[in-house]
Ligand binder design. Structure first.
Ligand code: 0L1
Length: 260
C-alpha cells in the first residue's frame, strides 16, 4: 500500500511549487496512481489555491499536439486549471526566483463569450461559444525533476502549470482559419521551430470541445469570460535568465517572453 493519498499528494505538489523544489514523480512511490485519482489530486490543488485567495480564470489543455506527446512520452491530451495568479502581464519577465525550470510554448488561446458545458460538445458548437482568439504563451514548470513524469503524474501536477500570457491582438473567430494559422518560434534571434493550428488535434476548437466534454465528466464546465489555452503547438523552450523567446503568428501578432 502507498503512503500517499489525494490530500498529501496535493499538499506536496503545492509545497514544491511554493518552495521552487523539484522532486521525483509521485508514480515512483505510488505505482498504482491512476488517472481518476490524479484528476482528484489536481482538483484538490485547485481547492487549496482558491482557499488561499486565488480565482479560477480558465482552463489549460496539455499534450494536444503529437510533437508534445512524442517528446513527453505520453499519448493523451489532458485538462487542467488556470488561476489569476498564473496570469502574467505582457513584458513581465519569467523570474528565476519564481519558477523551478521554466519552459515556454506557443498556444492559441480563446476567451469565451458564452458558457460551454459538455457532454456532446463538438468543435463547431465549441467555436460558437468563443468571443475572442489570441496568441498565447504557456510558461510550464513541472514539479518533477527534468520534466520526467507519467500521464497521471502530469495530470496531478496541473499540467505543469506555471504562468500564461496572451498577445496584443484579439480577433473574432469568424473568418479566421485556425488550421492554417502559423507560428514561428524564435529563440535569441534564431528561428528554431514552426507549426500551424492543425498541430492541435487538427484544429484548436477540437481541444476546446475535448476540454468541455472531459470537464463534464468531472461535474465542471467552462464559463463565459474564461480563458482556454488549447495546448502547445510546438515543443516547449527553456527560459533561463536573459533568454528571449518570441512567437510570431500569421494573424494573431507577436509575443515575446524574456527570462529574468
Ligand atoms: O510539462 C509538460 O510538457 C506537460 C504540459 C504540457 C502543456 C502543453 O502541452 O501545452
Amino acid at each position: 500500500m502507498s503512503a500517499w493519498d489525494i490530500r498529501t499528494a496535493a499538499c506536496e505538489l503545492l509545497t514544491c511549487e511554493r518552495e521552487r523544489r523539484d522532486r521525483e514523480p509521485l508514480s515512483d512511490e505510488w505505482p498504482d496512481l491512476d488517472l481518476a485519482t490524479a484528476y482528484a489530486i489536481q482538483d484538490a490543488t485547485l481547492r487549496q489555491r482558491v482557499a488561499a485567495g486565488q480565482c479560477r480564470v480558465g482552463v489549460k489543455l496539455g499534450l494536444t499536439s503529437r510533437a508534445k506527446q512524442r517528446r513527453m512520452g505520453v499519448d493523451e491530451p489532458i485538462v487542467a486549471w488556470l488561476t489569476d495568479d498564473m496570469a502574467m502581464a505582457a513584458g513581465e519577465p519569467v523570474s528565476a526566483e519564481r519558477f523551478i525550470h521554466p519552459r515556454v510554448e506557443p498556444e492559441i488561446a480563446f476567451v469565451m463569450g458564452a458558457d460551454l458545458e459538455g457532454p456532446g460538445v463538438t468543435a463547431a458548437t465549441a467555436m460558437d461559444a468563443v468571443a475572442w482568439v489570441y496568441a498565447g504563451a504557456d510558461v510550464i514548470d513541472s514539479r518533477y525533476r527534468d520534466f520526467r513524469f507519467t500521464l497521471p503524474d502530469v495530470v496531478a501536477d496541473n499540467a505543469s502549470s506555471g504562468a500564461f500570457v496572451t498577445g496584443p491582438t484579439a480577433l473574432r473567430p469568424a473568418g479566421l482559419d485556425l488550421t492554417t494559422e502559423a507560428v514561428l518560434v524564435e529563440v535569441d534571434g534564431e528561428i528554431v521551430d514552426t507549426a500551424t493550428g492543425a498541430a492541435v488535434l487538427g484544429h484548436p476548437a477540437e481541444a476546446l470541445a475535448l476540454a468541455a466534454n472531459a470537464l463534464a465528466r468531472r461535474g465542471q464546465s467552462i464559463m463565459a469570460g474564461q480563458v482556454v489555452l488549447t495546448g502547445g503547438l510546438t515543443d516547449a523552450y527553456p527560459v533561463p535568465p536573459g533568454a528571449n523567446i518570441a512567437f510570431h503568428f500569421t494573424h494573431l501578432g507577436s509575443l515575446t517572453v524574456r527570462g529574468g
